[in-house]
Design a binder for this molecule. Sequence first.
Ligand SMILES: Nc1ncnc2c1ncn2[C@@H]1O[C@H](COP(=O)(O)OP(=O)(O)OP(=O)(O)O)[C@@H](O)[C@H]1O
Ligand SMILES: [Mg+2]
Length: 380
Amino acid sequence: MYFVAFGILRSASSLFDFLLVCNPYSAPALEVRYRPVEPLLPISILDFTLLSKFSRDSCANMPLTGVKNVVLVLSGKGGVGKSSVTLQLALALSLQGKSVGILDIDLTGPSMPRLVGLEDAKITQAPGGWMPVPVHSAETPETESTQPSRGSLRCMSLGFLLRDRGDAVIWRGPKKTAMIRQFLSDVFWGETDYLLIDTPPGTSDEHIALAEQLLTLSTVDAAAAAQSGVPRLAGAVLVTTPQAVATSDVRKEANFCVKTNIPVLGVIENMSGYACPCCGEVSNLFSSGGGQVMAQELSLSFLGSVPIDVKFGELVEGKLERGDSDDEDEDFPKGEPEETPAEPDHRPLVERYRETWSYPRFEGFAQALLGRIEGQVATA
Ligand SMILES: Nc1ncnc2c1ncn2[C@@H]1O[C@H](COP(=O)(O)OP(=O)(O)OP(=O)(O)O)[C@@H](O)[C@H]1O
Ligand SMILES: [Mg+2]
């Protein structure tokens, strides 16, 4: 495989498909870094005349233009909380003042529309590409407030494109690969500090397609990203539960990162103990600490653990209402109507999330990630 860079053929990893690359460091490249050429175009057909396909107009909206950092959320195991962790990292980063996007590439079970409470939202098409669905907008507090500004959060998921929640997507590998490429190249994110990618479990077709495509559209090199404006593939957050069955699957995911040269930013142990809904005190119902041990054994950074948080569960299942209390029903004998029915809470998800026991932990994870990612940029 080769890249064509202003007429110079450069060798590249065989991971990549057929790409035409403009030199990101030279002025004539404008905003162009690279542009996918027709898939399955044999390399022998690539010749320099293809460069004539580039024009200022066609180069205006390149894949992931405006995205600064890309973070993957991975786990070898299903149901361990990848999507929940993606969402909470996104909310916590947004509360740190960052503009955030969530890309849900779980094609067979996209759960992000449900988690953000926007199952009926639809994707719109704009000249720059598909527009992600807004979850909340950016907000700057009053001057005297001690709160930092809040960044915007937007979301893209195949779930928004399915007509019905129950619709099934049964696709073979090549179609999945094509869809992932389209998600990475055709969504218009605009200025976005962090794009978090929620993945399906395992190391399937989707993961391989994602890694291939990301390694062509972004760079893991912080200095090159800062210099050229290409998105930085900051790395992956691995999610596990404490049990050995989950940690052994996550080891495979760590191996996948090594093989694809994607840095591991850290491990989060989810569903580690149980947080009391009233006081937040964590008790160890099952085991805990398995993710931490695994991280130590693999010499990976351990970001921390998150207990089962009923408040968070209720929040994403749409059951949390203003003034919710666990024993409110006990005051009303069966059959008698409640005098004051619980008021629906219409505040944005991000505001309600702050009240969960999980938020302070994710605030810590977000700060740790920011230190790791942006600290590296500063010192690069
Ligand atoms: N810390 C937590 N506290 C309470 N509920 C949680 C927690 N983490 C996850 N959940 C709940 O567990 C369920 C599964 O979580 P989630 O969908 O995030 O897992 P997943 O790994 O993305 O699953 P899949 O492999 O199917 O994509 C969801 O209903 C979610 O709300
Ligand atoms: Mg999921």
